[in-house]
Write a protein that binds this ligand. Structure first.
Ligand code: FAD
Length: 288
């Protein structure tokens, strides 16, 4: 099933993201995560893609196949192109096709100064067109409610986002954000710009001060005062921060759904207990 078809159900889509286990862990350790996620019935599960290293990227294919074929849940494989040639992308797509994985999140990826640059694809819009020429995939793309860190301003970012959609991206997943007003404003600007595909809100529950600060410094998301108060008060008390962070994520999601969001994409960090807590807390809201 193509992801875009999931948006015809008259309720917000609820999806989850997982990442391949570290190289030192067997790929089988993903089963524990997926067993937990299966119970909360996500509409689809996406699998991230390592910026470099064929071992990790082989895992993306393998895990997407497990989700799709063993669990019967539509899978979306992330695919980055910044360090790939056309030949390598063609081989990755053939592998996904072989496994029956029909959906790809087409990404440029972050440039890695330690890897020799490849120039077959400069931006994600080129990857979107390339994938669509290679076969019958549902193609999604990333978007940034607070702007991509490399963008000079939101105007440029939305102009390039429109290019990705015009190239054939049928669905967008947002970067994490903590202030819903940023997301609502962004969606409004997208609609004015003629971007009319479903836009899922990316939600990352705050469970640990260090990891959220690292994540925010990498992706450029801002921390609103309400959240920084929680981090200041509970940051050194892991259990208290976990409770406060989960409550924050649940409040964010219920407000987004009340505001008519197309879907929620939960960054699960391979933690099914967290995903289950959130899913249980919004069970009636999700069904509306
Ligand atoms: P692009 O769409 O190419 O945009 C990158 C920058 O270039 C932006 O500033 C944009 O405005 C600008 N731009 C876009 N098109 C053009 C153009 N034609 N000409 C000039 N400028 C242009 N990274 C991973 O390594 N693995 C993952 O699995 C992964 N999953 C992600 C999932 C989501 C939902 C999100 C939001 C991000 C994910 N990332 C992942 C991170 C992503 O790779 C980085 O944010 C990367 O820096 C940008 O990728 P992109 O596809 O958005 O790039």
């Amino acid at each position: 099933m193509k992801i875009k078809e999931l948006f015809n159900q008259g309720r917000p889509v609820f999806s989850c993201e997982v990442f391949p286990p570290k190289k030192t862990a067997p790929v089988d350790s993903i089963y524990k995560t997926l067993d937990g996620l299966k119970d909360i019935k996500p509409d689809f599960i996406s699998v991230t893609f390592g910026a470099g290293g064929s071992q990790v990227n082989q895992s993306t294919r393998e895990i997407a196949s497990i989700i799709q074929n063993k669990y019967g849940i539509p899978a979306m494989a992330h695919l980055t192109c910044v360090n790939a040639t056309r030949g390598e992308v063609t081989a990755l797509l053939a592998g996904l096709k072989e496994e029956g994985v029909e959906n790809v999140l087409a990404l440029r990826g972050d440039r890695n100064p330690d890897l020799p640059p490849k120039t077959d694809f400069l931006h994600a819009d080129e990857l979107v067109s390339f994938i669509l020429r290679r076969g019958d995939f549902g193609v999604s793309a990333a978007c940034y409610p607070e702007g991509h860190p490399e963008s000079p301003d939101m105007l440029h970012d939305i102009r390039y986002l429109k290019q990705k959609v015009d190239a054939g991206a049928e669905h967008l997943v947002s970067q994490l954000f903590f202030d819903n007003e940023d997301f609502f404003r962004f969606v409004e600007r997208c609609r004015i710009a003629g971007i009319d595909v479903p836009i899922e809100a990316g939600i990352m529950p705050v469970l640990n001060r260090g990891s959220i600060e690292r994540m925010v410094s990498l992706c450029g998301a801002s921390i609103p005062r309400k959240l920084s108060r929680l981090l200041a008060k509970y940051g050194d008390h892991p259990e208290a921060l976990r409770q406060a962070g989960l409550a924050y994520a649940v409040e964010q999601i219920s407000d987004l759904i009340a505001g008519g969001v197309d879907g929620i994409h939960l960054y699960t960090m391979n933690n099914p207990a967290v995903a289950r807590h959130i899913s249980d807390s919004i069970s009636s809201i999700r069904a509306l």
